[in-house]
Design a protein around this ligand. Structure first.
Ligand code: CP
Ligand code: NVA
Length: 311
């Protein structure tokens, strides 16, 4: 694995290796703290959008593995504006041992990777949120026992988070269902790519418009904001269309009795999820948020450990 840009790019072996490494590093962290396997290694973090989880979890992941992260805010670099993406990548990769980037267009993160001499990690683009999906799978495995054969139902906008989760379900043999209003489900091309990715894993994809029918017998209910970062101008219109897809107690009642509820966060409480569900017995959203750090430790370790440090 040279970069970590999309779940769709991973082989089953790479996916399993990230998951196994995350479990191992999490257990080690709980027992006696992690070993400094990234001593003197540095991660440059380029942000074109705001963040709580991605920023802090990568920062702590690097610190706890003996390395260091450098935060570069949206105003600092001017990716593609002050300087071309190719030049930012060429320069930054002379200084640091890895680059994590949160961008608008997915093409921007692939462009960074193209010109970088160090590994590049996608910390969210309009197309995928692959670090999130690895944390999601870790959380599903911890709380539901496994991913294979589980019914994972994503409700709301067929967005970056939904797409990465779908690909992850394909690699891990999950039964992925996306339930969205007309015109907002995952695009046909991504669905076809997912079905190809499933190979012999047993993973399946279904698009079911009716949220109650979709949620029936679910092992996992998952939602995300109805308007993603960059779609703020559509938020008011979407707020009129999406309410039937809200995860509330009535919808949870359609799922299995022991279902878990996930949300990548930040949540709009009272929008895509109600307070009682978010704070209720099915919700594992804060375990999921913690798992960002463990999943990303695995990603940086697999990409950066053992290589010569620039420090
Ligand atoms: N889930 C997630 O990526 O959160 P942030 O936007 O706060 O990083
Ligand atoms: N779909 C959301 C996820 C935020 C973590 C967005 O892209 O804004």
């Amino acid at each position: 694995m040279k970069h970590f840009l999309a779940i769709a790019d991973l082989s089953t072996a790479e996916f399993n290796s990230i998951l196994a490494t995350a479990k191992k590093l999490k257990a080690e962290w709980r027992k006696r703290g992690n070993k400094p396997i990234l001593k003197n290694k540095t991660l440059g973090m380029v942000f074109q959008k705001p963040s709580l989880r991605t920023r802090v979890s990568f920062d702590m992941a690097m610190l706890q593995l003996g390395g260091q992260a450098l935060y570069l805010s949206p105003n600092e670099i001017g990716l593609g504006q002050r300087e071309s993406i190719a030049d930012v990548s060429r320069v930054l990769s002379r200084y640091v041992d890895g680059i994590m980037a949160r961008v608008f267009a997915h093409a921007h993160v692939t462009e960074l990777a193209k010109y970088s001499s160090v590994p590049v990690i996608n910390g969210l683009s309009d197309h995928e949120h692959p670090c999130q999906a690895m944390a999601d799978v870790l959380t599903i495995v911890e709380h539901a026992g496994k991913l294979k054969g589980k019914r994972i139902v994503f409700l709301g906008d067929g967005n970056n988070v939904a797409r990465s989760l779908m690909y992850a379900c394909m690699l891990g043999g999950g039964q992925f269902v996306c339930s969205s209003p007309k015109g907002y489900t995952i695009d046909d091309e991504s669905v076809a790519q997912a079905q190809k990715l499933a190979g012999k894993s047993g993973g399946t994809v279904e698009l079911i418009e009716d949220p109650q029918a979709a949620a029936k017998d679910a092992d996992v209910l998952y939602t995300d904001v109805w308007a993603s970062m960059g779609q703020e101008s559509e938020a008011a219109e979407r707020a009129k269309i999406f309410p039937p897809y809200q995860i509330n107690s009535a919808l949870v009642a359609c799922a299995k009795e022991d279902c878990i509820v996930l949300h990548c966060l930040p949540a709009h409480r009272g929008g895509e999820i109600t307070d009682d569900v978010m704070d209720g017995p099915h919700s594992v959203v804060f375990d999921q948020a913690e798992n960002r750090m463990h999943a990303q430790k695995a990603i940086v370790a697999l990409l950066m450990a053992g290589k010569r440090s620039k420090k």
